[in-house]
Design a protein around this ligand. Structure first.
Ligand code: GTP
Ligand code: MG
Length: 142
């Protein structure tokens, strides 16, 4: 079975590490074993990953916090950062913290999605849709 390399980036505090930890706590079905996820370093607002880490990846997850508008507005910066190295790979935009409610003005802050860009909303804490980002990736890359 081939392995998919996934870059996981997004503003600090949106829940990237929590999501990875939660997934690891799940009973891992064989399908999910094929993912190798590299998360951007802690507390680096626009740190992102290294170019060589982007270059090796098959796709990217950009996480934001549905209750924090600034993190939605920053998605386009993260897209640009990844697209500099990987113009055509799929990007899954993951809005986390659905349990806190989606900000009323979110729609205005979200970027217009391009080809190969999909948006899903999840809640790590409530366990809503937490496997969906990986399912979408495996469907897209298959
Ligand atoms: N309400 C709520 N809080 C969440 C959820 N997921 C994560 N959190 C909280 O968000 C905070 C930040 O989570 P982290 O996983 O450390 O965020 P991160 O994106 O890894 O942040 P950096 O490593 O600094 O880039 C923690 O206090 C989590 O408990 C969620 O679904 N709902
Ligand atoms: Mg983290």
């Amino acid at each position: 079975m081939s392995t998919y390399k996934v870059c996981l980036i997004g503003d600090s505090g949106v829940g990237k590490t929590s999501w990875l930890n939660r997934l690891m706590g799940e009973e891992i079905e064989s399908m999910y074993r094929q993912f190798e996820v590299v998360e951007s370093k802690e507390k680096e607002k626009f740190g992102g990953l290294r170019v060589d880490e982007y270059r090796d990846s098959d796709c990217c997850i950009i996480m934001y916090d549905v209750s924090k508008l600034l993190t939605a507005r920053n998605i386009s910066c993260w897209i640009r950062d990844y697209r500099n190295t990987c113009p055509n790979n799929p990007i899954i935009i993951v809005g986390n913290k659905l349990d806190l409610g989606v900000s009323k003005f979110e729609k205005r802050k979200l970027p217009i999605l391009g080809k190969n860009e999909t948006l899903v909303r999840i809640s790590v804490i409530k366990g809503i849709n937490i496997k969906l980002p990986l399912t979408l990736i495996s469907n897209t890359l298959r």
